[in-house]
Design a protein around this ligand. Structure first.
Ligand SMILES: NC(=O)c1ccc[n+]([C@@H]2O[C@H](COP(=O)([O-])OP(=O)(O)OC[C@H]3O[C@@H](n4cnc5c(N)ncnc54)[C@H](O)[C@@H]3O)[C@@H](O)[C@H]2O)c1
Length: 334
């Protein structure tokens, strides 16, 4: 159990996961840049900007001062979008309590470097990789905040760190499993956002459940292929951070990647889709990095390829669907 946890990020997942930590017995301090959001949380009004209608316990507070949030924390959670994790963490690195585990909740690759978030965290905070854990799984923030039951995976190269983090977030509604395959757990979370966009596109085009199930299944096969080529274990992708998260994203109207895909499927461009969804989906930023990574290791990822072409405005969405179906016939296991 954690006695005092700092959560960097007052968005929907940072707030919902903070609630889990509080339910598990910790005093939780959220840090965010938006003064009104922090004032709302600190005054007991919850977080109406990011998680409306979810009451927060008195053991949760928030501040815009990172030094205050981090002072005395025995667990630090990073709940920020992938592209801002590095600059934010670099800015507060000298305030991190020595030796505490750092837990990444972010699901993306850093544009440019194509690094996974655990790698970015270790670099930006200048800590050994063993101190970094990642948490992933089918964890839609809204459902978690409502204490609907779910499971998750906490992966770390040091089993003691994974155990510690899992113990800190275990509640009667949130069941964490530990894992050692950090790479596989992270890649599952990254690529499912891209596959979620593709499934949303199919829905926006008016296709039914057969099409969506086909994309989910082939998307997972292509994700596993990439993950294994990069050194992950295939079984990880059949677990909560692979199949579990993918199914939740692709089935749920709560997922912003799914919602963004639906808008793209209806013919909107990325900017117009983001305006409708009112948030940027991680998959949009990660898709080109995933494709570049796949090409680097010689793995074919046709679904990701078509998503990138649609997102970058090169291929109309209906044409992308046609191209996927027109590919050369092959063995399902190939
Ligand atoms: N929402 C979910 O259900 C969910 C579930 C699992 C994982 N995730 C992942 O967790 C991460 C965070 O997601 P979220 O849903 O909480 O996002 P969000 O958009 O709800 O919140 C993002 C937070 O980051 C802050 N932020 C953005 N830019 C910033 C900057 N430059 N400096 C400081 N703070 C900044 C925002 O103010 C906000 O507090 C993402 O990688 C996402 O993929 C989300």
């Amino acid at each position: 159990m954690s006695r005092r946890a700092a959560v960097l990020g007052t968005g929907s997942w940072g707030t919902a996961f903070g609630l889990v930590l509080a339910d598990a017995g910790a005093d939780v301090v959220l840090w965010g840049r938006r003064a009104q959001v922090c004032a709302d949380v600190a005054a007991g009004r919850g977080n109406p900007a990011y998680l409306p209608g979810a009451p927060l316990p008195a053991s949760m507070t928030a501040t815009t001062d990172a030094a205050v949030a981090l002072a005395g924390a025995d667990l630090v959670v990073l709940a920020l979008p992938s592209q801002v994790l590095r600059p934010v963490l670099e800015g507060v690195a000298d305030r991190l309590p020595p030796g505490v585990p750092l837990v990444s909740l972010a699901k993306g690759l850093e544009s440019g470097t194509r690094l996974r978030m655990s790698q970015v965290v270790a670099e930006a905070a200048a800590v050994p990789a063993e101190r970094v854990a990642v948490l992933s799984g089918p964890n839609l923030a809204r459902e978690v905040a409502e204490r609907q039951p779910t499971a998750a995976v906490v992966a770390a190269s040091d089993v003691a760190v994974a155990d510690l983090v899992a113990t800190a977030c275990a509640t009667s509604a949130f069941r964490p499993y530990t894992h050692h395959d950090v790479l596989g757990v992270e890649l599952g979370g990254v690529v499912k956002n891209v596959v979620g966009l593709a499934v949303g596109m199919a829905e926006g085009l008016g296709y039914g459940d057969n099409a969506k199930a086909s994309i989910i299944t082939r998307g997972l096969a292509q994700t596993s292929r990439l993950a294994v080529a990069l050194g992950a274990e295939a079984a990880t992708l059949a677990g909560l951070a692979g199949m579990g998260d993918l199914v939740a994203t692709c089935a749920s109207p709560l997922s912003r990647n799914h919602q963004t895909g639906v808008q793209l499927g209806r013919g909107l461009d990325v900017a117009a889709a983001a305006a409708v969804v009112r948030q940027t989906a991680e998959g949009v930023r990660s898709a080109p990095s995933v494709l570049a990574l796949a090409r680097e290791v010689g793995v074919e990822m046709p679904i990701v390829e078509q998503v990138v072409d649609v997102v970058e405005g090169r291929t109309p969405v209906r044409e992308a669907a046609r191209l996927l179906l027109a590919r050369t016939l092959k063995h399902e296991g190939a």
